[in-house]
Design a protein around this ligand. Sequence first.
Ligand code: F6P
Length: 740
Amino acid sequence: MKQIFAAVFVIIVIISFIVVAFTLTQVQQEEQRLKEGLEQRSILLAESLKETVQPNFINKSDQQLQKLIDKFEDKQRLAGMVIYDNKGETIATSSSLIANVLKTQKIAEEAMDSDAVNGDFVELTNEKMYLLATPLHDQGNVVGALMIAQDASYIDTRLNEIWKSNLLRLFIQASLISIAILLIIRWLIYEPIRGLVKFLKSARRGDLEQKSPSLSTNFFFRPLIKEISNIRGSLMEARITANEEAKLGLQKLDSPWTEQRLKVFIKDVLKDRTIFMVSNREPYIHTKKGRTINYYIPASGMVTAIEPIMQACGGMWIAQGSGDGDKLTVDQNDKLKVPPDEPKYTLKRIWLTEKEEAGYYYGFSNEGLWPLCHIAYTRPTFKKEDWEEYKKVNGKFAQTILSEIKNIERPIVLIQDFQLALVPRMIKNSRPDASVGIFWHIPWPNSESFSVCPWKKEIIDGILGADLVGFQTQLHCNNFIETVSREIESLLDFEQLTVTRNEHISFVKPFPISIAFPNPSKEKSANFDPRKLLKSLNIKTKYIGVGVDRLDYTKGILERLKAIEIFLKKYPAYIGNFTFIQIAAPSRSKIKEYQKFTEAVEKEVERVNNLFRKNSWKPIILFKRHHTQEEIYQFYKLANVCLVTSLHDGMNLVAKEFVTARNDNKGVLILSQFTGAVRELKDALIINPYNGEQTAEAIKTALELSPLEQTKKMRRMREVIKNYNIYRWSAELLKIIVNI
Ligand code: F6P
């Protein structure tokens, strides 16, 4: 749009320039014409008056002269007359010129000196006048002069009129031209291009129904449309071939899984059964700023993992609406199509009251279950009122799911994470035909730790409503089975890893979650220039370290900062040469523990920076705000080393994202031994985050690792993620769910 306005502006400037130049010429010509006309008329008038004035002048009849002058005063354009003697003295003058006779004297004197008519345009009492003097003679001698003053202001009036009318014409022309340009751009360019984009998008999505934009109406675009139609045809062919290949690939589990292969798998294996994804956190959060509504993708490992599956399979994702622009973007059923820029599935939002959110989300989920499941030495808090809200909100989610699956046979309901532990039982009790799975993204602690939860039996029973209970690791599965055996009555099969309760069997299985690999949408940043980014951030350094986390006490951020301090103390050669960038997304900031943690991180950054600060260099840069995924990918690509130092983490997808981003096979990953990811990414430098010395040594090793070694390690890690990406994760989970 900006360019269109710029083009219109340039055209208007050019037209204005032409109109002004033309008007200037017109005005000059008109001025000349009017002046010459006035001069001619003045000469004629002066000569005819001279015939009357001269005899009286010779007869020295001053009275007669004055009478004569009074008689002619104010006649038509004649503003006045003055008669001078040959010494330049005034003999008679019109009353209107009395004040100005001295100013006019010079013209009369020049006429007498040259014995010829003399005229000029002058400004008299703010009025433009034309003064013309003609010499008076007696027997061939110049004895005086007659000067007439003609009103010349009409010349300026006329010239102003020309300017006004031309500028008005210019304004009308410019407006009409602007409107015409905008309409032409809209009809001839914008609309056809919009049609083409829609057409191409549909081709990319494999929508065969979409017709090509009408060829007849688009004269200019006809060749382009033809070409694009051909490209679309080729795209469709390629898609069909890819589908065929994906079908063949279905038989071989070891060939890489792709979005396409998952689509084919879902069609073939699920036989078009609809998938309902359910989570607390939504994949797109809309926010309001004045009148504009924007959206962002939240910093959530769960969203990172699940979103590509939904993009591949379609279906519905039910989640809590949490943005202040969320209500403005849904339809009357609280639904909208997402991703907003290229809709592929439906998001249904559930609204919670402040009280519900405080008790269910901040309270029981994040002050109770979160610290309970993470062994990070933060005490869980259990409050009865929070538990009540947790039950109530789980019921609200269950009711929404039940109403959505009301008319759907054997729906597949996939529930995500610890915020919704009671939902599987609620769904299964009402809809035994539904296939229900729950995936626990965070760790499941040992049975003894879990036993402190006052409502442990209800939580376990809620989870066991699911046909399939997924955890990140085998250890978490074992911990869960052990907890079940300790807390509730059930039949356990340790070989098959199943729990039978009230004749319902739940399968318990590890599914290490992953991410989309490769991820073309995130690789948009592939061509960025790292030097430019560093310059824009005013960072001058040799080596870059990066950390990307929610501001959460389980992520080991304080331990990481301490390790950087140890590293710089031990290896001072890196002072001024190593900068660590911590990207920290604010999270759960209404909880006191999180507020205290954020303050502690800020203080620690300040403390370490003050120890080593040198000129404009400092060792740690903290970016405490939400970053887009593209922005984060740029930092991954920039880094020599990425630090993941969680004290306890179900999986940690930052580790996998860093590896996915490094298609240059460079960079080193330092990874905590307490993450789920450590079981797969064995080529990372593995550390115990509680051991600062060890982490410091790992930073040194990472920075000094030869490019060849880096490439070897990175290649192997990329291979692992490629082979076990999110498409394979969901295919394996779904395959089990449909066969139960
Ligand atoms: O990955 C674990 C998890 O709790 C997800 O369920 C959640 O989306 C993510 O961390 C971020 O937390 P939150 O949704 O509370 O911001």
